[in-house]
Design a protein. Structure first.
Length: 86
């Protein structure tokens, strides 16, 4: 039923591709699937792109982005210690 609702909005082939990228969309209630908009399609691309790296890559990316905050809170110069020799 969800795929039918997505198909009304995006077309059958586009909806199939969207669900392949983000199978979690099949868990959406059909009434919520009716309310989907273009952001649903955009997020399916984001999820499809990040899924292969999610188990290691996303936590690593988060750590790298938070490194300056960690340094300011702890006072430990992580970047200069680790990357000083490069």
């Amino acid at each position: 039923p969800q795929l039918d609702k997505f198909s009304d909005k995006f077309g059958l082939e586009e909806s199939k591709d969207m669900v392949r990228r983000n199978p979690g969309l099949l868990a959406v209630k059909p009434t919520d699937a009716e309310k989907s908009d273009d952001s649903t399609m955009v997020f399916s691309y984001i999820i499809g792109y990040t899924r292969p790296i999610s188990s290691v890559g996303l936590p690593l990316l988060l750590l790298l982005l938070l490194t300056p905050a960690i340094e300011s809170v702890t006072g430990v110069p992580i970047r200069s210690t680790l990357f000083g020799g490069l």
